[in-house]
Design a protein around this ligand. Structure first.
Ligand SMILES: Nc1ncnc2c1ncn2[C@@H]1O[C@H](COP(=O)(O)OP(=O)(O)OP(=O)(O)O)[C@@H](O)[C@H]1O
Ligand SMILES: [Mg+2]
Length: 349
């Protein structure tokens, strides 16, 4: 996807939650076999409907929860099973997470300055006195809260939503991470303010070489900031690659449905007034074969029985859909027909 060194590598990542009660345990397959890479200084966007597992992927990478399968490698270091405390602290400093609700993530009883000094102390980066204040002011100014002096003693309720989200970003930046996991950082902001935060992300990427994993429902934002795009459906990556390529040549019917719901008639040849119809599946009772088949406008018989493979389409673009893999689909279909035939003759004999 790019020539920059790989910062984050996710391989076969999976998370099964145990839902239900003690008598009726139901495994929820929130994330299954997710693999992708993020290079230094790239913005990778995950899009997908609510409940598709986007936040779970971010939380697995930040190790807020333990994966049930797969490996996360950060700068080549693998985080597999239980990670030791010291390793975790190292990871958390380099990978910072920003959440959706800028109010919820700030403590109303503490000043902006307090929120920014704390991570410095937590990660043992606080040096005495003026140095700390200087770094806080620098971080505030880096996110456009200038002059920092005007903001450092303010309390969260004295700030607008956009300013609060900037404080949250400053708090993440102050420990000098390499990757920011931004989970719907703009979805609770007004459209006008949203643009400011998206531009800030672009600027941080350009000026500091920061990498982002940006999670959003909004394909328009995804196109605006994303270098690479990953499309998630029911816990799996169904398509991904360079953002322009995926948007201009979507290879998966689900991606085409998502794009058709973007109200951009000029730039989006797939635009229509059709929103994706149907409901995402119950993750405790996933459909057989391709999980998208019950909603797919191009469903074939094989889709109901055989899970599609991930197929490379060139230039880092991939999709997991039989339509891009017809030989395999035909072979699988043949195998199934044959097996059914064998089964029938065995039963007869
Ligand atoms: N701790 C948990 N226990 C059980 N199920 C969970 C847990 N956390 C998440 N899930 C389930 O995992 C699935 C994926 O959730 P996730 O929050 O990752 O989706 P999402 O794509 O971020 O959705 P949204 O766009 O609404 O934020 C959902 O079905 C959710 O109910
Ligand atoms: Mg989420």
């Amino acid at each position: 996807m790019s020539e920059e060194p790989i910062l984050l590598e996710v391989e076969g990542l999976g998370k099964v939650f145990a839902a239900g009660n003690a008598l009726n345990r139901r495994p929820v397959h929130a994330v299954a076999d997710v693999s992708f890479r993020i290079a230094r200084g790239r913005v990778t966007v995950i899009v997908g409907e609510s409940g598709s597992g986007k936040s779970t992927v971010a939380r697995l990478i930040a190790r807020l929860i333990e994966p049930t399968a797969g490996v996360v490698r950060f700068q080549g270091e693998a985080y597999v099973a239980k990670v030791r405390r010291r390793e975790l602290s190292r990871l958390r400093r380099r990978v910072q997470m920003i959440f959706q609700d800028p109010f919820g993530s700030l403590n109303p009883h503490h000043s902006v300055g307090y929120h920014l000094v704390r991570p410095l102390k937590n990660y043992g980066k606080a040096r005495a006195g003026a140095g700390v204040r200087g770094r806080v002011l620098q971080a505030l100014e880096a996110v456009g809260l200038t002059p920092g002096e005007d903001y450092i003693d303010k309390y969260p309720h004295e700030l607008s939503g956009g300013q609060r989200q900037r404080v949250v970003i400053a708090r993440a930046l102050i420990v000098e991470p390499l990757l920011l996991l931004a989970d719907e950082p703009t979805s609770m902001l007004d459209v006008s303010i949203r643009m400011g935060i998206l531009n800030l992300m672009r600027q941080l990427r350009r000026d500091r070489g920061l990498s982002f994993l940006f999670i959003t429902h909004d394909l328009a934002s995804a196109r605006y900031v994303g270098d690479d795009l990953l499309v998630m459906y029911a816990g799996q990556l169904v398509e991904g690659g360079p953002a322009d390529d995926v948007v201009e040549r979507p290879a998966h019917p689900y991606t085409r449905l998502l794009l058709s719901a973007v109200p951009d008639v000029v730039h989006n040849p797939f635009a229509s007034d059709r929103a994706p119809t149907g409901e995402p599946p119950n993750l405790a009772q996933l459909p057989t074969g391709c999980h998208f088949h019950p909603r797919c406008p191009q469903v074939m018989e094989v889709c109901k029985r055989v899970a599609p493979r991930r197929v490379e389409l060139g230039g880092g673009h991939f999709a997991a859909c039989h339509l891009n893999d017809m030989d395999y689909a035909a072979r699988q279909d043949g195998t199934i027909a044959q097996e059914a035939g064998n089964g029938a003759s065995r039963r007869k004999g």
